[in-house]
Design a protein around this ligand. Structure first.
Ligand code: PLP
Length: 375
């Protein structure tokens, strides 16, 4: 049996999603910008998808813009804030996704804005008092803090951050890629300027995501072209993708609390089994904390020669997981998140990430393979 435990990287597409998308590769192939019936059919599909996303997040359809994924959406939020909304300072943390960090670094390097990185604790937690200090010193700020961290599972109290931002007249963007589909988001309650999602993280297709832009913010496109997505994103729309994204989100919202509870139980079972079978392991970040992402566990394994080939060995055993390393131009380097946490370099790092498709049997087999590797 193949075991897939890398769901924070991407998830398999639900069958129902594939069924919903199929007609848009086949019969309904029109370009939504065309005024004939083929075009109108496609237009109606994308607008219905937008309405579904807006209904689930409790915002207006005019606040949802489809993008190629979360990377583009994060870029739009951050660069749009600087180029269209007068933002001069970007306050963020060292454990954000590169879509955020590299956008902010680029703006800093080109002197369009200043990037300020808040210090983090050894478990990756962000201290809101430190964010407040930065807000006091830096007017015209955008705060960008992710809702759930893809590598270590830490969660940010977005409600508290939004209140703080309001107090200091700052904008707030959150990369919600790892929480959309796991946690309900009510945009009538949460005052936020931008949030983003990516369908392939919640059993939808790759190459489609969205950005929520609060109606009070008018930002300009960063890629110029046609007037699609109300001038926010030129280029013929990905109809099948948008339909698939909306369907996947609808499925994720069905019985969401129950599914999250099941995932949390599976995660607890996994953690307890790891503790029992692998003495000497430690857990990175806050993945042991009650309100951390229900699908992410990051471990540091004891010093052992097997660490060098850990992922390879798991792969041979047909277990797909992610490591703590990024392979950049052939060289293996610890990820920026693990570097920020100062994790012992001699440990092996594994990130397991679960989905609704995983079972206790799969977890038990994974733990037993690890136990044998370290024996
Ligand atoms: N933000 C986070 C937290 C992610 O985990 C990812 C994907 O790994 C992204 C952004 C980028 O998403 P996409 O693949 O849709 O560009």
């Amino acid at each position: 049996m193949h075991i897939y435990l890398d769901n924070a990287a991407t998830t398999p597409v639900d069958k129902e999603v594939i069924e919903a998308m199929t007609p848009y590769f086949d019969n309904v192939f029109g370009n939504p910008s065309s005024i004939h019936s083929h075009g109108r059919q496609a237009r109606s599909a994308i607008e219905n998808a937008r309405k579904t996303v807006a209904r689930l997040l409790n915002c207006s359809p005019s606040e949802i813009f489809f993008t190629s994924g979360a990377t583009e959406a994060d870029n739009l939020a951050i660069k749009g804030s600087v180029f269209s909304l007068g933002i001069k300072n970007i306050i963020t943390s060292p454990i954000e996704h590169h879509a955020v960090l590299h956008s902010a670094e680029w703006l800093h390097k080109k002197q369009f804005a200043h990037m300020h990185l808040t210090p983090i604790d050894s478990d990756g937690s962000v201290d809101l008092n430190k964010i407040e200090d930065l807000l006091k010193q830096n007017p015209k700020s955008l705060v960008s803090l992710m809702h759930g961290n893809n590598e270590i599972g830490n969660m940010t109290d977005v409600m508290a951050v939004s209140i703080l931002c309001k107090q200091y007249n700052a904008l707030f963007h959150s990369d919600t890629v790892q929480t959309i589909g796991h946690f309900p988001i009510n945009l009538q309650k949460l005052e936020i300027d931008f949030l983003v999602g990516s369908a392939h993280k919640f059993h939808g297709p790759k190459g489609i995501g969205f950005i929520y832009v609060n109606a009070k913010n008018k930002i300009e496109s960063i890629a110029h072209g046609g007037s699609q997505e109300r001038n926010m994103r030129g280029g013929t729309e990905n109809i099948a993708g948008a339909v698939g994204l909306a369907k996947a989100l609808e499925i994720a919202y069905r019985d969401m609390d129950h599914k999250r509870k099941d995932l949390n139980e599976l995660k607890k079972f996994f953690i307890e089994s790891l503790k029992d079978s692998l003495p000497g392991i430690s857990f990175n970040g806050q993945c042991l904390v009650e309100n951390s992402l229900p699908h992410v566990i990051s471990i540091a394994t004891p010093h052992h020669e097997v660490n060098e080939m850990l992922l390879f060995n798991l792969d041979i055993e047909k277990i797909s997981v992610s490591g703590g390393s990024a392979c950049t131009s052939g060289a293996i380097a610890a990820s920026h998140v693990l570097n920020a946490l100062k994790i012992d370099e001699n440990c092996g790092v594994i990130r397991f990430s679960l989905s609704k498709n995983n079972t206790r049997e799969e977890i038990s087999r994974t733990v037993s393979v690890l136990h044998n590797l370290f024996s």
